[in-house]
Design a protein around this ligand. Structure first.
Ligand code: BTN
Length: 247
């Protein structure tokens, strides 16, 4: 049973973006921790760094979770990304194998993206004030036309149409479990599970950065969420989001 996440769910038929709705209204409505804003359709679903998020109406899960992880120093905000990605990956795992987290927080099945996560935080002094964790999980959509490079849905691994409410309940439970581990301060557990699920972890592969194409091995993620890749030259390179491309 979920103790925090999804105790209250606000269901909207249509909204520009659940993240916009939540960040705009969080201070006005004082929602309790774990409140979910869910939409059947988003008119302007947002992805990472000004991209958009495609979803056919009523086919997928589109929602934002409101958290107040005020014990967390702002410096450690990447832990929220880890917690959410682990929860979503845990649910995808119930449908199929080969589930990975592609840094920073995409959830992959094989080499295809099944879920995207967009986290927006407010900072209160040195700590996090609130966190709006937007999740787009492809569930029943079979075809994608919006140009996302490599989308996939859970339905591709299921014999019949998936009940969105069942998957949402599973997500609440999984994310709740990981979030309580975070609140208990068991950071090592989170770090180990994230590394364990990390796409291309410890595998030699091809990348490109502003110095060109190179072969390297993902060695992990540091505490502020930067990706570490050991280049074949021996150099350990550190990347922020969008500074390295997986080839
Ligand atoms: C990504 O680019 O991978 C992040 C996608 C995040 C999409 C979700 S859908 C629900 C929430 N509302 C938004 O506008 N975006 C997030």
């Amino acid at each position: 049973m979920s103790e925090i996440i999804g105790k209250k769910i606000i269901k909207l038929d249509e909204v520009d973006s659940t993240n916009n709705y939540a960040t705009k209204n969080i201070e006005k409505y004082n929602w309790s921790e774990g409140t979910i804003v869910l939409a059947r359709q988003q008119l302007k679903g947002r992805g990472q760094i000004n991209s958009s998020w495609e979803s056919e109406p009523n086919k997928n899960l589109l929602f934002s979770i409101v958290l107040y992880p005020q014990v967390l120093p702002a410096h450690y905000q990447f832990l929220i990304s880890k917690v959410i990605a682990l929860g979503v990956a845990g649910v995808a795992k119930k449908y199929t194998d080969n589930v990975f987290i592609k840094w920073p927080n995409d959830v992959y099945i094989g080499h295809k993206k099944v879920a995207g996560i967009l986290i927006e935080n407010s900072i209160m002094g040195m700590n996090i004030g609130w966190s709006v964790c937007g999740i787009g999980l492809n569930v029943n959509q079979r075809k994608f036309t919006g140009g996302a490079p490599n989308p996939v849905s859970l339905i591709h691994f299921s014999e019949k149409e998936i009940q969105l409410d069942d998957t949402l309940n599973m997500l609440c439970e999984e994310i709740d479990g990981w979030y309580r581990i975070l609140l208990a301060g068991e950071i090592d557990k989170i770090d180990a599970a994230y590394a364990d699920r990390l796409y291309r972890y410890n595998e030699k592969a091809l990348y490109s950065d502003n110095n060109g194409t190179f072969t390297g091995t993902i060695a992990g993620v540091n505490e502020i969420g930067q990706l570490l890749i050991r280049k074949d030259t021996g150099l350990m390179a550190t990347y922020n989001f969008k500074q390295v491309e997986y080839l």
